[in-house]
Ligand binder design. Sequence first.
Ligand code: KG4
Ligand code: ZN
Length: 335
Amino acid sequence: MLVLGIETSCDETGLALYDSERGLVGNVLHSQADLHAEFGGVVPELASRDHIRKLIPLARVLFEETELQLSDLDAVAYTAGPGLMGALLVGASFGRSLAWSLGIPAQAVHHMEAHLLAPLMGRDHPPLPFVALLVSGGHTQLVEVTAIGTYELLGESLDDAAGEAFDKVAKMLDLGYPGGPKLAACAETGNPKRFRFPRPMTDRPGLDFSFSGLKTFTLNTVKDHQPLTNQDRADIARAFEEAVVDTLTIKCRRAIEQTGVQHLIMAGGVSANLRLRARLSDALAAKVHYAEPDLCTDNGAMIAFAGCQRLLAGQSAPLSITTRARWSLEELDSL
Ligand code: KG4
Ligand code: ZN
């Protein structure tokens, strides 16, 4: 089954072709980072307009590169939520209408399920059951996965998501947008011994997270060291990154102990963070799996893959176009 995947939930326009026999056959992406950079964060209206501008030209590139035709498609999968409503509507209207015009099924994909399943696209396929650490710009969640589509939320952030905290701290340090990768690069030359930042909510039981106190602590440190030198920036970035990585690792260890599973996958933009990957692999009794770095952040490939799993199980979207800004993983149907 050849599936076109379309991702437009936030600031990346992503399209890909996934074949259930051959795997990923094409993947194109346009990042809006430059468009939003001058505002220091995503401007929803600009995001929607740019998706409109880029979707059709990108689709043309994808089909040219893969030497495939629209008539080769068996189905279309598009992100239906969670995300920015206007941005979601662009990809969903395009995807649903395209499938209708071709007379093929469509699948409305949950963006976080797509992140969660992305590591399963690779050769190092984790067996079920596993625990998933989902760390993106909008979500920080620990989920127990007993089957594809059967998700139990073990814990989540009560305030900022991990990626959001990375982005906000990068802004405090004038590192630019998008902050996560820039902060991680800056932290490379930081001295890990100079500051010790708090590990929020690790001193009490439970699997929930909170990053807003850590963000305030970081802001106070920034204010106490004005004007910042480049070394101050690197040391603060390092202390912040260490605190987030440690906190996530402690909670993952707890989730593994609580569920008794042997495998953990991590997914979402922050799972591209090399220090987090290394620490989790060292510190956990479970084997840790993650996607290739370019499949950790938003992309069309994970949407095509997740859609394909549901389409193969006989599920498909109705003709109406429905998008959801908020959507819990636990509401999804099992396969
Ligand atoms: O999954 P994603 O591309 O979009 C959402 O669904 O939100 O995640 C984007 C988030 C951003 O907050 C970005 O700063 C963060 O992932 N991120 C990183 C790294 N690469 C991306 N955070 C830390 N280290 C990285 N290397
Ligand atoms: Zn995402």
